[in-house]
Ligand binder design. Structure first.
Ligand code: LLP
Length: 415
């Protein structure tokens, strides 16, 4: 069931007409559906319920405090990749003890902060980082729970830019180094071998790669056991894909059923770090049509939303569905490029789309809940846009549109 639905030619977000929201709150505007977020979280819970597990929602996919707070209220843990994300979890009332900290370049200060917050686990990505974690744990007088992020050299068969589990990527520690480094952890009084970690890529539309990665992780788990090192969890990262166009990703149940089977005789918790599948289709970006023009071969629809609000199409050539919030039977579809006002040729939201558009119409980009707002910027000194969360017939502003002066409040004139 979709919570963004047409009734009488008008798109609704749950029970509210999208064009009423854009009139009230302006454009560009992100709209999130609370019921969709809840449904997605529960689908992950259901998929994993047969085994001890922890869902660590990946904050980078949508780091709005209201989204984090909702996830926390549903019982979620969190995957963070910076001190800023960890501070967001705290600010939203999340439990820092249910946080795992990933990322290839954590600073010493970030590691110290995370240890001080007693997070669940640091996912370490290099031998040098392990040393820093040990030193900071010693300074703080704590034992740091760590997992090594293993690069299992598995092809996630997804877009090259979001594939992370291959040897050619910067991520993780080679499998051959795992045993030696876990022995080192075991002999270091400042460290505890809490888990094993991997994340092979994003937008996966099959469970085959994650099953391959799980096999490798389980092999390492058993190898460690035989050496007397017992970790309490295996973290399989995020990566479940969504439908942007015609992809047919598995449901969480189907994605994880093989995993649950593989873990059934292991005394080891499963951690996962889903981002995209949790939030992408719970959010849309609404933009107003400003102008239209033809250059002979192309028809351009110019909106007030741009790559500064949603960079996925410009950055990855990602396809995202675009619809008109108002459908009129009499209007004729024509092929158009939907573009923004930013001064870059690559500032587009969609190319060669069949749309019927009138000026001032509201165009809605679907699947924008993940890596939309969290990757937005103020390029061209455009303000960060407003975000709304809808629940039934209620709407809350979960981020006010940025004030112009906020864009330069930390700037000053030089002498
Ligand atoms: N865990 C780690 C360590 C990650 O690096 C990521 C995403 C996730 C979990 C969450 O993965 P998900 O479930 O969302 O696939 N900006 C790109 C996606 C980058 C993904 C980065 N890592 C996009 O817009 O497609």
């Amino acid at each position: 069931m979709d919570y963004f639905n047409y009734k009488d030619g008008q798109l609704y977000a749950e029970d509210i007409k999208v064009t009423d929201l854009t009139l009230r709150y302006g454009t560009p505007l992100y709209i999130y559906s609370r019921a969709t977020l809840e449904r997605h979280y529960k689908a992950f819970e259901r998929a994993l319920k047969a085994h001890n597990h922890l869902i660590c929602y990946s904050v980078k996919s949508n780091s709005n405090l209201a989204v984090i707070a909702l996830m926390a209220s549903l019982g979620s843990g969190f995957d963070v990749v910076s001190e800023g994300e960890l501070r967001r979890v705290k600010a939203a009332g999340g439990d820092t003890h249910r946080v795992v900290f990933s990322g290839v370049g954590k600073t010493r200060e970030e590691i110290a902060y995370a240890l001080n917050e007693r997070i669940r686990c640091i996912n370490v990505e290099s031998e040098e980082e392990l040393l820093v974690v040990s030193e900071e744990a010693k300074k703080a007088g704590v034992v740091a729970p760590v997992a090594l992020r293993i690069n299992p050299d598995v092809d996630a068969r997804t877009l090259p830019a979001i594939s992370t589990g291959l040897r050619s990527n910067k991520f993780g520690i080679w499998r051959e180094d795992a045993l030696r480094l876990y022995k080192r952890i075991a002999s270091d009084p400042n460290l505890k071998a809490a888990g094993l970690d991997c994340h092979i890529g994003s937008q996966m539309t099959s469970s085959v790669p994650i099953l391959e990665a799980a096999d490798i992780m389980i092999d390492i788990y058993k190898e460690l056991l035989s050496e007397g090192i017992k970790v309490d969890h295996i973290d399989l990262g995020g990566g479940l894909g969504v439908t942007y166009d015609e992809e047919q990703p598995p449901s969480p149940d189907d994605f994880f059923s093989g995993i649950i089977e593989k873990f059934s005789d292991l005394d080891c918790e499963i951690y996962i770090e889903p981002g995209r599948a949790m939030v992408a289709n719970a959010g849309v970006l609404c933009c107003k049509v400003l102008y239209q023009k033809d250059n002979g071969s192309k028809h351009f629809v110019i909106t007030d939303g741009s790559m500064s609000d949603l960079i996925r199409p410009a950055l990855y050539g990602a396809h995202m569905t675009i619809e008109n919030a108002t459908l009129r039977k009499s209007d004729v579809l024509r092929k158009c490029d939907v573009v923004g006002p930013v001064c870059e040729s690559d500032d587009f939201l969609g190319k060669d789309r069949m749309l019927a558009v009138r000026n001032s119409d509201i165009l809605v980009v679907r699947g924008a809940g993940a890596y939309g707002s969290s990757m937005s910027s103020c390029y061209n000194s455009r303000r960060l846009c407003a975000e709304i969360m809808v629940s039934g017939d209620r709407a809350n502003v979960v981020r006010r549109r940025q004030e112009f002066s906020q864009m330069w409040e930390n700037e000053a004139l030089a002498d």
